[in-house]
Every structure is written in structure tokens, then in C-alpha cells.
Design a protein around this ligand. Structure first.
Ligand SMILES: NC(=O)c1ccc[n+]([C@@H]2O[C@H](COP(=O)([O-])OP(=O)(O)OC[C@H]3O[C@@H](n4cnc5c(N)ncnc54)[C@H](OP(=O)(O)O)[C@@H]3O)[C@@H](O)[C@H]2O)c1
Length: 353
């Protein structure tokens, strides 16, 4: 007999195959979003900057209304934090006004918007982690423009704030450290705390939120926190280098100082996720494998991610998969299309490879 909960799950999963338009598809997060949604079976419309300039209202309207997606993930942004300081108008145009054009077009076709935002909306002076309801107070042009973007989306939209993003497809701290690992000594700041977040995990969480059309703001980071110094030590250690070669310094010792002051303690508490809305992303695992090797996780990390993957497709998907596996272990033949087990095969094929 099929437990009642699984019937509910089944109907939700059918909806999970959607048409999704992704802006900034050539970026670090964008590329993993495209990969993840494609693997999940979505009809993905991937728009990199060449295909869709967020600063061009007509182009945004045309792209979204003509394709009428179920969801739009706005992963495009001007992310050159220090450069934004020198050209705040450009930051406003792309990171705030661009979101207005996305929200307007999405509204016309009832597409759910997921706006990707940042820890830079906070000043980083809070003693503990920031929850989603904490007041914002950006201290840089980039942060102000991203806060502006948050204000442009409808209340029914999803805002995903993340931080310290690393992925296989972009410039990130893991790659930087590996490039510098031959140097006899490195120095990284030990007074800025955060949660390194890998795009493969972030992409899963974003898709889950889009599928469920969950409204409101969500902080989404990998679990655990560290400083840049601590993260660099982890990267060196994971890559077989000597972690002792990195020296802790303070932000005040940076020379030259950065034009855009980063928030000092932008640790994001994933409060609604912790309250049970959806599973939280796991701890980051081996930073080297994640930030360079991308998705090819090994051993324990791979197992952990698969578990999250399955939960991520929809609550209860892991149960479905476990059910199929148990049936297989009992030697039962699986007849495609016969029952809920077929749903597990179709919706989470990666679990059966
Ligand atoms: N990286 C982080 O540590 C971090 C932390 C917190 C939040 N975030 C947020 O996460 C999201 C994704 O960031 P990311 O790390 O993937 O950065 P990214 O690699 O710089 O990706 C952003 C993408 O947006 C594109 N873009 C720039 N201007 C555009 C425009 N006018 N129209 C359309 N696309 C444009 C960029 O294209 P070009 O490369 O061609 O310019 C790039 O491909 C952003 O919203 C960012 O604010 C990032």
C-alpha cells in the first residue's frame, strides 16, 4: 500500500518539472543552476549577458514574456564589488533597475521570481548570525544596489541571500589559493567571518524554492562558519599544502585597502530553512573538490550530497527512492508506470545510476 504522504509528494513532483529562465547564466552560480535544472529535467532557458542584458528593459520583457517560464531566477548581477564603488550608477542600473524589469515581465506571465542577493546588504556589525528579519544596512555601493534589487520584487517572490560563493566555473577563493599555494607565505584576514557556499548546493536550494514558489527571504549558505584565514587553511590542507604557510592579518592591515568595505561578520543564519521550510545545505565538505573539481564529490561528501539532492527534489523523494531500493533488495521486479515507485525512477534518475 502506498503511504498517504507519498501520494502528496507524487503530485508535487509532477509540478517540479518546469520551464525556468535563468539570467546571468554564464556566471559562476548561473552555470551550476543551468546544469542542475537541466539534470532535473526542466526546460531551461539559459540567458547569459550576451543573450540578455538586464539593463535593457525591452530585451528583458521580450525574453520573459515570449518564453512564459514558470520561474525566473535572476542570477545576473554586476558583482565586481570594488568597481561598483567607482560607478554606482552602473550598479543601480543592473542590480536594482534590472530587477525591476525582470519583476515587471515576470508579473505579466505569472512567473515566479527568485532574486539572488547577498550578505553585503548587511553592515556586518551584528555580534551573531543575521536572520532574515534583521534590518539591512549596506555600507558599499554594491550592497546598496543589491538591497535596491530586493525592494523591486513582489512579496510573493523569493529572495535568496547568499555569501562567499565558490563554484567550479568562476574565479573564487579556492582557485585563488591553489594558484598562490607555491608561495612561501600567504596572509589572509582573520577578522571577517562567513560561510563559504558552493554553487552546486546553492543551485539545488534555489531550484527547490522556485519549484515550491516559496515567498519571502531565505538565507542560503553551506553550514558552518569560518574566517578567510581559516578557509584558506582548509584549502591548503585539503590540497596537500602546508596550512601553516598562511598568516592571519586584520582587515586594517590590508594594503592597499579595498574600495568597498566588506561586511565584517556577515554570517547568515538560515533561519526559515532551520525552522523546517526546506533542508539546509550541508557543511561544505572538501573545499578543493568543491571549488575546483566542481560536482565530482567523493566518498562521504558524495553520499551527503545525494541525500540532500533527493530531499531537494521534493520532501519525501528520499523515501520514494529508499522504497525502490528496498523492493530491489527483496528481488521484486519493477514495472514502469505501475505505481509510485516509477515516479521515483522518473523524477530522481540520478539515484539509480
Ligand atoms: N560571488 C559571491 O561571493 C556572491 C556572494 C553573495 C551573493 N552573490 C550573488 O550571487 C549572484 C551570482 O553571482 P556569481 O557569484 O555567479 O557572480 P558572477 O560569476 O559574476 O555572475 C554574474 C553574471 O551576471 C552577468 N551580468 C553582469 N552584468 C549583466 C547585465 N547587465 N545583464 C545580464 N547579466 C549580467 C555576468 O556576466 P559577465 O561575466 O559577462 O559580466 C555574470 O555572468 C549575484 O546576484 C551575486 O550578487 C554572489
Amino acid at each position: 500500500m502506498v503511504p498517504r504522504q507519498r501520494v502528496v509528494v507524487a503530485s508535487a513532483q509532477v509540478r517540479s518539472l518546469m520551464r525556468i529562465l535563468i539570467t546571468g547564466a554564464g556566471g559562476q552560480l548561473g552555470q551550476d543552476l543551468v546544469r542542475h535544472c537541466t539534470e532535473a529535467g526542466d526546460d531551461v532557458i539559459a540567458c547569459d549577458r550576451a543573450a540578455l542584458d538586464l539593463g535593457d528593459r525591452d530585451a528583458v520583457a521580450q525574453a520573459i514574456t515570449s518564453s512564459a517560464p514558470d520561474a525566473v531566477v535572476n542570477a545576473g548581477a554586476w558583482t565586481a564589488v570594488d568597481d561598483c564603488e567607482g560607478d554606482p550608477d552602473r550598479a543601480w542600473r543592473i542590480n536594482a533597475l534590472g530587477v525591476r524589469w525582470v519583476a515587471d515581465a515576470a508579473r505579466r506571465v505569472d512567473a515566479h521570481v527568485v532574486q539572488v542577493s547577498t550578505d553585503y546588504v548587511f553592515d556586518g556589525t551584528k555580534a551573531g548570525p543575521y536572520v532574515e528579519w534583521d534590518p539591512t544596512n549596506p555600507v558599499s555601493a554594491y550592497g546598496r544596489s543589491k538591497e535596491g534589487g530586493e525592494q523591486e520584487v513582489d512579496p510573493a517572490s523569493t529572495i535568496v541571500r547568499t555569501a562567499w560563493v565558490c563554484g567550479a566555473h568562476g574565479a573564487n577563493m579556492v582557485k585563488t589559493v591553489l594558484r598562490l599555494a607555491d608561495r612561501p607565505e600567504l596572509a589572509f584576514v582573520d577578522d571577517q567571518r562567513g560561510s563559504p557556499t558552493f554553487t552546486a548546493d546553492l543551485a539545488q536550494a534555489i531550484r527547490r524554492l522556485a519549484v515550491a514558489r516559496l515567498p519571502g527571504t531565505y538565507h542560503v549558505t553551506n553550514q558552518g562558519e569560518t574566517t578567510w584565514y581559516g578557509f584558506v587553511r582548509d584549502i591548503l590542507e585539503a590540497s596537500g599544502n602546508d596550512p601553516a604557510k598562511v598568516r592571519p592579518i586584520t582587515t586594517a592591515e590590508l594594503d592597499p585597502t579595498r574600495p568597498a568595505p566588506p561586511p565584517a561578520q556577515p554570517v547568515l543564519d538560515n533561519a526559515p530553512l532551520a525552522l523546517g521550510v526546506l533542508p539546509r545545505p550541508p557543511p561544505p565538505g572538501d573545499p578543493r573538490a568543491r571549488g575546483v573539481g566542481g560536482h565530482g564529490l567523493q566518498g562521504r561528501d558524495r553520499g551527503a550530497l545525494e541525500e540532500v539532492n533527493l530531499c531537494g527534489i521534493d520532501v519525501g523523494a528520499a523515501d520514494l527512492v529508499a522504497d525502490v531500493r528496498e523492493a530491489r533488495a527483496r528481488g521484486e521486479a519493477h514495472v514502469p508506470g505501475s505505481d509510485h515507485r516509477d515516479l521515483a525512477h522518473r523524477v530522481v534518475p540520478s539515484a539509480f545510476r
